[in-house]
Design a protein around this ligand. Structure first.
Ligand code: MLT
Ligand code: MG
Ligand code: ZN
Length: 306
């Protein structure tokens, strides 16, 4: 199974257009050893031709141009995107659907909660009805702890959706009333080899039901948004804590690093990194700490072969 990292940054990307924090400023003026990153999305394929796109980011146009296997191959209009899977209804994960309008209809897989948000607070399903069949909804089950399903357009990969406790976006009609399916993690397993990867760009807390999945996966591609819980306040750019945004920070006694340390088998990669996070600076002490713990930082253009 091939996994391509199309966008490794959190909402806003890196640098963020209106941000003058030390990271964004340092990247712009060339004083920091860091790479620019686009917003959160990955793609998976077995044959290198038919891809499942996980999340459709506002930067999708540049992401498609940067990765040849997703580009047209046959006829006058074509794409390597066979289906789109959404992990939540956040802007950084769904706005790209609007940019894909010329290629409708698209097969879109998401939970009923995400479908509801995208038909009300941010009604992209309704809007795109006006483009040649629009978005064809395929429901991802989210009532059980582990919800297995397959995508006929890309046979040979078994997906397992795992509900994650988090909150829906500000425009969701049930923003203050969390439901299973607002946010999911996804295990992808190659049926032929049994090799697997767990993808969870938004992981606010590591609930018990994640343990068996995270222990057994060959690779983890998990929430790298924040180094510290009060990072936005510390950087002087906001007032939200990690807990409000549904993102577990890396540092601290109960942080992501401490948890990943308890897992022996998987390769560990952080993704969905916010522009304020010091791990973006390749020679920062924080990046050194990750290296000591055997944790990698995803970058745009990174390929993972399983
Ligand atoms: C998040 O996951 O918290 C986001 O990246 C927020 C956003 O898209 O604005
Ligand atoms: Mg996000
Ligand atoms: Zn910034």
């Amino acid at each position: 199974m091939k996994i391509q990292i199309l966008g490794s940054a959190a909402g806003g990307g890196f640098p963020q257009w209106n941000c003058n924090c030390d990271n964004c400023k340092g990247l712009r003026n060339g004083t920091l050893n860091a790479k620019a990153r686009t917003q959160s999305s990955i793609a998976a394929s077995l044959n290198g031709r038919d891809w499942i796109l996980f999340n459709a980011s506002p930067d999708i146009r540049a992401q498609l141009e940067s990765f040849e296997p997703l580009q047209p191959k046959q006829g006058k209009r074509d794409t390597g995107i066979a289906a789109v899977v959404l992990m939540d209804s956040q802007i950084d994960h769904t706005t790209g659907l609007l940019m894909l309008r010329e290629g409708c209809p698209h097969q879109v897989y998401c939970t009923d909660m995400v479908k509801q948000d995208l038909s009300t607070g941010f009604p992209v399903f309704n809007m795109l009805e006006h483009w040649n069949g629009g978005l064809v909804w395929n429901q991802i089950p989210s009532t059980d702890t582990y919800n297995e399903f397959t995508i006929p357009e890309v046979p040979g990969i078994t997906l397992t959706a795992v509900p994650l406790r988090s909150s829906a976006p500000p425009y969701s009609p049930h923003r203050n009333d969390p439901h299973p399916g607002d946010n999911i993690g996804m295990l992808l397993k190659d049926d032929a080899t049994g090799r697997s990867i767990f993808y969870a760009p938004g992981l606010g807390q590591i609930e018990e039901h994640l343990r068996p999945i995270m222990e057994d996966a060959d690779c983890l591609l998990v929430d790298g948004t924040l180094w510290r819980e009060d990072e936005m306040i510390h950087a002087g750019v906001g007032d939200k804590l990690g807990v409000h945004m549904g993102h577990l920070p890396q540092s601290g006694e109960n942080g992501m690093i401490a948890y990943l340390d308890t897992l022996d088998k998987p390769r560990k990669v952080l993704i969905h990194i916010n522009n304020t996070n010091p791990i973006l600076i390749e020679d920062s002490p924080e990046r050194g700490v990750l290296a000591e713990h055997g944790i990698e930082v995803a970058f745009d253009g990174m390929s993972i072969e399983l």
